[in-house]
Design a protein around this ligand. Structure first.
Ligand code: MLT
Length: 266
């Protein structure tokens, strides 16, 4: 199933493993290749599914409309329907975390466990909203390289190697302009979902890079405290891209989280 027709679009989907489904949701402006180490390692305990969200990666292009977190959540529910999975372990990084929370908000019974990585539950503050609009203008004036430059220095730990930097840059520079503009609007307008954290009763894990400057450890602490049943892991040697900066540490937390969902079946 490298491609799936869902709702009115076509999504590209990467997967590995068998059994109960784990759904990996990438960040902005990235794609499913950010999860390659998780898919490779965790296939023995889960059917790991990592879609390119609508408009991203190798999924069909989008035009015009904002790419809302709710729209992505609807697409992901349709992906689960396609693979006959009633539930999934839902894992989201950054924007993927916003989507994961929108999913948990709309489909609470479909979440077996929830992992939020380098993300936040709150809405954008007014200055962050203005920053989204400024980024869209800069993108169109100066090209994707301007975003890649900012993210290279702003997203990664200074310890990140050349391969991690190259990988991040490839993802950013291959993301379509219309997707970036649509996603910036969708993230700008997303609501505060702190109440969703409190409503989640399934096992949860919050993971954050110790040097994450975008969604810092203080945000992660707030989220972990709001959940009913969450672990908090602060990962040394990682910035905002913990799954690609420190995949072994992330995989270990996910493996432990999955083990807490005793008796999970497909
Ligand atoms: C991401 O990594 O997905 C973005 O940094 C999220 C954001 O801009 O809020």
């Amino acid at each position: 199933m490298p491609y799936a027709e869902v709702n009115d679009t076509r999504l590209h989907i990467r997967q590995n493993g068998s059994g109960a489904v784990a759904l990996f949701i990438h960040g902005f402006p990235l794609d499913s290749t950010m999860w390659i180490e998780q898919l490779a390692d965790l296939g023995d305990v889960r059917r790991c599914i990592a879609p390119d969200l609508r408009g991203f990666g190798r999924s069909a292009p989008v035009t015009g409309a904002p790419l809302t977190m709710e729209r992505h959540a609807e697409d992901l529910a349709a992906v689960l329907d396609l693979v006959s999975a009633e539930q999934a372990d839902v894992i989201g990084l950054s924007m993927g975390g916003y989507v994961a929370l929108a999913f948990a908000d709309s489909y609470p019974d479909r979440v077996r466990s929830l992992a939020l990585i380098d993300t936040r539950a709150g809405a954008d503050a007014p200055e962050a909203k203005a920053g989204r609009d400024a980024m869209a203008v800069r993108l169109l004036d100066e090209g994707r390289a301007s975003i890649a430059d900012a993210m290279d220095t702003g997203l990664l730990s200074p310890d990140s190697g050349i391969a991690v930097r190259a990988r991040l840059r490839s993802m950013i520079e291959s993301c379509p302009y219309e997707t970036i503009v649509g996603a910036l609007a969708g993230m700008r307008d997303r609501p505060d979902r702190t109440a969703v954290l409190r409503a989640v009763s399934v096992p949860a894990a919050v993971i954050v890079g110790e040097q994450d400057a975008v969604t810092p450890p203080a945000e992660a602490e707030l989220m972990a405290a709001a959940f009913q049943d969450a672990t908090l892991t602060v990962v040394p040697g990682a910035g905002h891209m913990t799954p690609i900066e420190q995949p072994v540490a992330v995989n270990e937390v996910l493996r432990t989280l999955f083990a807490r969902t005793a008796g999970a079946t497909a």
